[in-house]
Design a protein around this ligand. Structure first.
Ligand SMILES: [Zn+2]
Length: 291
């Protein structure tokens, strides 16, 4: 328990004693014990909740794991050490102990968790795919190292082709959203906005995914599957917010936006054969964005 907390608890008991005698002081003590056990004890000291049967321990220290110099406060998440400039990571390991550690130690803990969760194989397969694509792009760029976004973009483009040939418009829309995210990160705001327009158009059409039978084969019978189900249409609030931000920053008017949307949605309308024409989805989208 910290000195500050001890001081506060002591003061409360002393005050209760002065004001109401030993009975009130005892009552205050019991209340403090209850409060401390319930709300405070868990975050710092060993407590009962935790992973499996391993008790949770917080062993984070106000010390850089690389240069071992003292820090002003205990890191709560990834932060840069003010002394050596190295990043410090915060993880709970598979023994359920929370630590402040270096990048390589954090990587090891992440791997242990993946093995524990059974996701390690999928992770390695994905890493292999990414690295193969990086090599291919490097060749294409005449030996110049591609950026992380170049690699992701190239993989997403491939996903677009795959989802569109399978009529998986829900997944397709999701991939478009990830592409918009990359454009946003690269500060290509107008391109990001156009990509979000495509996502909204598909989502307002209720883009859904092909269902598969027990052998993983797609069921294409129109009685069971419709590539678009307008009854499930939606607009994601996070996307609307993002679009509002871009529109504000680029000072795009409602009229200009409408034009951009119709242009983009028309391309998607032709490519996907979505049932609701762009003009009909525009009104709903405008209502959300320019409310
Ligand atoms: Zn350091």
């Amino acid at each position: 328990m910290s000195n500050k907390k001890l001081f506060i608890y002591g003061s409360i008991i002393l005050l209760s004693f002065t004001l109401g005698g030993p009975f009130l002081a005892l009552l205050a003590l019991l209340a403090i014990i209850y409060y401390h056990k319930k709300y405070v004890g868990q975050t710092n000291e060993t407590s009962t909740y935790g992973y499996g049967d391993k008790p949770y321990k917080d062993e984070r220290k106000a010390e850089c794991p690389s240069c071992h110099k003292e820090l002003k406060k205990i890191p709560g998440a990834k932060t840069k050490c003010p002394h050596c400039g190295e990043y410090m990571y915060v993880r709970t390991n598979t023994e359920n102990i929370r630590l402040v550690i270096t990048k390589s130690e954090a990587d090891k803990i992440d791997e242990k968790w993946r093995i524990e969760n059974g996701t390690q194989e999928a992770y390695l397969a994905e890493q292999k795919k990414v690295s193969a694509r990086r090599d291919a792009l490097k060749k294409k760029f005449n030996g110049k190292e591609p950026s992380e976004n170049d690699v992701q973009w190239s993989l997403l483009n491939e996903e677009i082709i795959e989802h569109s040939s399978n009529a998986q418009w829900g997944l397709y829309s999701n991939t478009r959203r990830q592409m918009a995210e990359i454009l946003w990160k690269e500060k290509r705001l107008k391109d990001a906005l156009l990509m979000y327009c495509m996502v909204c158009y598909l989502d307002l059409n209720g883009a859904s995914n092909v269902i598969t039978d027990e052998n993983g084969k797609a069921i294409r019978d129109p009685e069971f599957f419709r590539p678009f189900d307008v009854e499930t249409k939606f607009l994601a609030p996070a996307i609307i917010k993002r679009m509002q931000k871009i529109i504000k920053e680029l000072e795009i008017t409602k009229e200009d936006f409408s034009e951009l949307f119709i242009e983009r949605a028309t391309i998607e309308h032709r490519a996907t054969k979505a049932p609701v024409p762009p003009k009909e989805t525009l009104k709903e989208l405008l209502g959300e964005i320019f409310e």
